[in-house]
Every structure is written in structure tokens, then in C-alpha cells.
Design a protein around this ligand. Structure first.
Ligand code: ADP
Ligand code: MG
Length: 253
């Protein structure tokens, strides 16, 4: 398959991938952890969330994905209010740090499983799985099981499972934090390449400052359930609003 056909096969076709959060609040048992977040992510943008542990990064992703219900506020995706839509109706895919591959299935079956649940015709599933495997450079591994893969290969399969669904946006929750340093660098480069090729919107949560600085179009710095500052890596580095942001971005201030 030619590279452009491949990309065509995998690129989101479900409309624009804008993501808008409006006055988003979330409480757990009366305790508010997201305090009215407003954010617009452009279609095709690579947006990175950083902030200390417990500041609400994962909760925000889960609210966007629909894995948690909002307490108040709206989530808009592709210009549509999806606040009350099921996760499967939102056209986005989430990649977690734990790979959660099915151990008894081959890589091919792991990649195609979600699509078979969506009742996609078998031939189309096979096509998308082959295309994703090629993009991720895991074609030779399609008949292996997860136990026969390295950590980096498993992570590729996990990303492949998201890709085959042709989402309009990817949500990554610290996807590389279980990998050793060397693999992390390799996967980071891969994720940047994938984003260039597929052009989907990405929201990417990380602890790793280098990942944030090198991958992001814009970085969102979160603190205790609020947005502290949003800007390009350069803006945040050169002109942090306060020492908290500076501390996270690693600028000298
Ligand atoms: P982060 O991903 O930035 O580390 P989280 O979004 O996981 O932070 O958590 C934000 C806050 O919400 C934390 O105080 C956490 O304890 C709380 N929290 C997250 N999920 C739940 C839940 N299901 N029930 C109760 N509290 C939760
Ligand atoms: Mg988290």
C-alpha cells in the first residue's frame, strides 16, 4: 500500500477534531477536583497537559472521553455538544500507560477487536489493521501474543488499537511512563511522526518535561484542578506567568 493511501486509510474522517471545554467542573463525593476549566483545542493541534500528581489531568481526559460524567459544564467535540454522549459516540480514542492488551489474543486480534465490536466488515477490519501495523512498524508481529512482545512493542500495539478506530482525537495519559528512558525517546519520536502523518488532534498528559517541550503545539499547565497557564512551549519558557509555571517548564525564572 502506498504511503498516501495508508494515511488516507487511517486519517480521521469523522469531521473536525476541535475539543472545547466550557466551565467544566467535576466533584467526587462532594469534593470538587476540577474547578471550572475552559479550554479550546484546535483540530489537529498537539496539546500537552502537565501539572503535579493529583491536579486533575487524568480526570480531565476521562471527562473528555466520557468515561466520567461532568458535574457541570460542557464538552464539545467537532463543534458538537457531546456532554451527554456515550464514550463510543465521541469519536475519540484513549491510550493509557497500562497497555491492557488481551493476553489470549494475537496482535492482529488485539488490533481488530474494537472494530469487530463495532460490526465493521471483516475485510475492512483486516485492511485497517494492516495499515496501522505498517504505520507503527509492527507488521512482522501480527501473529504474536502480548507475552511475546517487548514493552515498546506492546505500547505500539496499544497505540495501534487507538489508530484503527480512526478517531478524530487521541487522548494519551502518560503513555510512555512505564518504558525505560531509551525506549521513551524512541516512542516520543514515533508519536511525533504519527501526529504529522495522521494529523489528528492530540491531548497528551505527561510528567516528562522534554516530552512536553518537544511534542506540544501548546502546553496547558494545571494546578489543583485549574488551568494555571496555556501557551506554546516557547511562550511558557520565555514568559511564565509565575514561578509555579516556570518550575514545571524548567525556565530560569
Ligand atoms: P492526575 O492525573 O493529575 O494525577 P487525577 O485526575 O487522577 O490527577 O486526580 C485528581 C483528583 O481527583 C485527585 O485528588 C484524586 O484523588 C481525585 N480522584 C480522581 N478519581 C477519583 C475517583 N474516581 N473518586 C474519587 N476521587 C478521585
Ligand atoms: Mg493521572
Amino acid at each position: 500500500m502506498a504511503a498516501d493511501t495508508l494515511t488516507e486509510e487511517l486519517t480521521a474522517d469523522t469531521g473536525a477534531g476541535t475539543i472545547e471545554l466550557r466551565r467544566l467542573r467535576k466533584q467526587f463525593g462532594g469534593h470538587e477536583v476540577i474547578h471550572g476549566v475552559d479550554l479550546s483545542v484546535q483540530s489537529g493541534e498537539f496539546c500537552v497537559f502537565v501539572g503535579p500528581s493529583g491536579c486533575g489531568k487524568s480526570t480531565l481526559l476521562r471527562l473528555i472521553a466520557g468515561l466520567e460524567d461532568v458535574s457541570s459544564g460542557d464538552v464539545w467535540i467537532g463543534g458538537e455538544d457531546v456532554t451527554d454522549n456515550d464514550p463510543s459516540k465521541r469519536g475519540i480514542a484513549m491510550v493509557f500507560q497500562s497497555y491492557a492488551l488481551y493476553p489470549h489474543m494475537t496482535v492482529r486480534e488485539n488490533l481488530g477487536f474494537g472494530l469487530s465490536l463495532e460490526r465493521l466488515p471483516k475485510a475492512q477490519i483486516a485492511e485497517r489493521v494492516e495499515a496501522a501495523a505498517q504505520v507503527l512498524d509492527i507488521s512482522p508481529l501480527l501473529d504474536r501474543r502480548p507475552a511475546q512482545l517487548s514493552g515498546g512493542q506492546r505500547q505500539r500495539v496499544a497505540i495501534g488499537r487507538a489508530i484503527v478506530r480512526k478517531p478524530r482525537a487521541f487522548l494519551f495519559d502518560e503513555p510512555l511512563s512505564n518504558l525505560d528512558a531509551e525506549l521513551r525517546v524512541g516512542m516520543r519520536v514515533e508519536i511525533a511522526r504519527l501526529h504529522r502523518e495522521l494529523g489528528n488532534t492530540v491531548i497528551y498528559v505527561t510528567h516528562d518535561q522534554t516530552e512536553a517541550m518537544t511534542l506540544a503545539d501548546r502546553i496547558v499547565v494545571l494546578r489543583s484542578g485549574r488551568i494555571e497557564q496555556v501557551g506554546t512551549p516557547r511562550q511558557l519558557y520565555e514568559d511564565p506567568d509565575n514561578s509555579f509555571v516556570a518550575g514545571f517548564i524548567g525556565s530560569p525564572r
